[in-house]
Design a protein around this ligand. Sequence first.
Ligand code: HEM
Ligand code: HEM
Length: 180
Amino acid sequence: MTSHGAAVYTPTAKALHWTIVLLVTIQFVTALAMPDIGPHTQPDTWIGLHFSIGVLILVVMAARLVHRLMYPVPLEASQAPAWERVVALLIHRLFYLILLTGPLLGWASASAHRLTVSLFGLITLPSIAAPKARWALTAGDVHATAMWVLLALVAMHAAAALYHHVVRHDATLRRMLPVE
Ligand code: HEM
Ligand code: HEM
C-alpha cells in the first residue's frame, strides 16, 4: 500500500467482487424459481438452495468487508464530476449494507415460517425468530423489497462501469477485471 492508499484492487478483492456477482445472479434465479413462502410452505430443493446460497453470500460479504477495510481503494475516474463520485460511493456502500443485513432478514422470515436454514444440508443453522413472529414476517417483506432495490442498483452500477469503458475510455472497468 502506498501513502495514498492502495491504488489498485488486489487479486483477492477482484475475486471476491466477481464471486459475489456470480452468487447474486444465481440467487435471483433461485428466488424466482422457489415457491411463494407462506404459512403452509413445505421445504423444497429451490428453497434449500435459496437459503444456502444466501447464507454463503453473507459469509463471503463479511470476508469482503474485512478485506476492503484492510485494503481501501480510492475511486477511479478522478476527473468525473463530484456528483457522480458521490453516487458511485453511495451505491458501493449500499451494496455492503444490503448484502450484509438483507440475508439476515430473509433468515428471520424463514424461521418465522418454521423453515430450517442450512448450508447445503451440511451445517444446520439455528432459527433466529419465533414461529409466526410478527417482526420476522415483516422482515421477510423488507428482505424481498431490499433485494429488488439491490437489483436496480446493480443495473445502474454495471451501466456506469460500461459507460466509463465504452464512452469515457478510462480505466474504471479495467481495474476490476482479472487481467487489466
Ligand atoms: C443476498 C442474498 C439474497 C438475495 C439476493 C435474495 C433475494 C430474494 C428475493 C428477490 C426474494 C423475493 C422473491 C419474490 O418476490 O418472489 C426473496 C424472498 C425470500 N428470501 Fe431471499 N435472498 C437472499 C438471501 C436469503 C437468505 C439467506 C434467506 C434465508 C436464510 C432468504 C430467505 C427468503 C425468504 C424466506 C423469502 C420469502 C420472503 C417473504 O415473503 O416473507 N433469502 N429473496
Ligand atoms: C451483484 C452485483 C454487483 C455488486 C454487489 C458489486 C459491488 C461492488 C462494490 C461493493 C464495489 C466497490 C469496490 C469494492 O468494495 O470491492 C464495486 C466496484 C466495481 N464494480 Fe461492481 N458489483 C456488482 C456488479 C458489477 C458488474 C456487473 C460490473 C461490470 C459490468 C461491475 C464493475 C465494477 C467496477 C468497474 C468497479 C470499480 C469501480 C471503481 O473503483 O471506480 N460490478 N462493485
